[in-house]
Design a protein around this ligand. Structure first.
Ligand code: MEV
Length: 427
């Protein structure tokens, strides 16, 4: 039955309260029990006061499993790669694919300069040609003003490098969009770029006699690319039929956006997990990766490429925009993210991007290999069945006992886990 509640979510000034006071308000609103509250009150490595400074209206933290992918050898150096995610099989799959590349030298990875794009939208321009000419003539001065916003970035060899004037015909009439190209060095770059865009706005209004609306970074970071390649030996993959199976799976993705979305999602399983572990803006990378996949060659395409080598092995490569940073943001404030960066031993954002690209390629190869052979459910079910057992209330040894029984019966279901648990406890 639907009852009208007198509870309101319009809580004024929640942000001004302490975490405990917020928790209390939440408890009242959502009728949380003392057991529920103890879940919320448990803080781990991300302590309450740090969390409270990271976002607004904090009531707790949200832990994820942190796994370590093994076997990664990238540009001749070995890495243990921290991955934060909730999905079973991903860490094992990445580790397995990375193992296969070791005898062929591992991954070769590279990056472009870490150049981000900032966009300034100018509308209501009386004379587009004149406006474009004025901006172009003032290019050097505009870049100087942009760079004056961030002397530290300039000192470290970064800063605004170039500027481009684009014309857009929109449903609200013609507009000029100015792109600034900013080398963000070891920062993700959003703050530096947005500040520069905002600083240029009044000058651009003067030059164009128009009105500036948006001043913001583009997540289509198509000039900040990371690439990785690796050779996967046919005998590791299961022979030449297995290589052909993977090539067929790749061809399917290239021919069909319905498949390609899932194919690229598999890549992002690995990419996002390392991004999350190292405190990166994974939404930014997701947005950039899929838009790049859609615009690079017209239709939506795979972020990876595969071909057979003359000796019959499989050569894989990946290219995607990877706007990651080591300075600023959660990478510095989140203690676990800081630790994960230390585990990786990377000193530059580009090194981190090279690892992430390699993990994305490994993840994709592992998925295509499994999908074109036995399917992913066999491997998936082992961990999935354990999760189902835990969700049904199993603890300690009960988890594996129930999981194994459900797999043997080929019935991995919550209700079955509950039944087996009840039987076990009766015994
Ligand atoms: C599941 O999270 C990812 C896969 O669906 C990727 C793929 O289909 O390539 C297995």
């Amino acid at each position: 039955m639907n009852t009208v509640s007198d509870k309101t979510s319009a809580i004024r000034g929640l942000y001004r309260l302490s975490i405990e006071e917020r928790q209390k308000k939440l408890q009242e609103f959502a009728d949380l029990t003392e057991d529920d509250m103890s879940v919320l009150e448990k803080f781990g490595s991300l302590d309450a006061s740090t969390a409270d400074r990271m976002i607004e209206n904090v009531v707790g933290t949200f832990p994820f499993p942190l796994g370590i992918a093994t076997n990664f050898q990238i540009n001749g150096r070995d890495f243990l790669v921290p991955m934060a995610l909730e999905e079973p099989s991903v860490v094992a799959a990445a580790s397995n694919a990375a193992r296969m590349t070791r005898q062929t030298g591992g991954f070769s990875a590279s990056t472009t300069d870490p150049v981000m794009i900032g966009q300034i939208q100018v509308a209501d321009i009386p004379h587009l040609d004149k406006a474009e000419k004025s901006i172009t003539e003032q290019k050097e001065n505009l870049l100087k003003v942009a760079n004056a916003q961030d002397p530290v970035l300039v000192k470290f060899g970064g800063g605004a490098r170039d500027l481009q004037v684009r014309r857009l015909d929109t449903i609200m009439g013609p507009m000029i969009v100015v792109h600034i190209f900013v080398d963000a060095r070891d920062a993700m770059g959003a703050n530096a770029v947005n500040t520069m865009c905002e600083a240029l706005a009044p000058l651009l209004e003067e030059l164009t006699k128009g009105k500036v609306y948006l001043r913001i970074l583009s997540n289509l970071a198509e000039h900040r690319l990371a690439r990785a390649t690796a050779t996967f030996p046919a005998k590791e993959l299961g022979g030449s039929k297995a290589v052909d199976g993977i090539l067929k799976a790749y061809a399917f993705a290239q021919a069909d956006p319905y498949r390609c979305a899932t194919h690229n999602k598999g890549i992002m399983n690995g990419v996002d997990a390392v991004l999350l572990a190292t405190g990166q803006d994974f939404r930014a990378v997701e947005a950039g990766a899929h838009t790049y996949a859609a615009t690079r060659e017209g239709g939506y395409q795979s972020l990876t490429r595969y071909e057979k080598t003359p000796s019959g092995d499989l050569q894989g490569s990946i290219e995607l925009p990877l706007a990651v940073g080591l300075v600023g943001g959660a990478t510095r404030t989140h203690p676990v993210a800081r630790l994960c960066v230390k585990i990786l031993g990377v000193k530059t954002a580009n090194e981190l991007a090279e690892i992430i690209a390699s993990v994305g390629l490994a993840q994709n190869l592992a998925a295509l290999r499994a999908l074109s052979q036995e399917g992913i459910q066999t491997g998936h079910m082992k961990l999935h069945s354990r999760n189902v057992a835990i969700a049904a209330g199993a603890i300690g040894d009960e988890v594996d006992t129930i999981a194994q029984k459900m797999i043997a019966e080929k019935r991995v279901r919550f209700d079955r886990a509950q039944e087996i648990l009840a039987e076990l406890r009766k015994d």
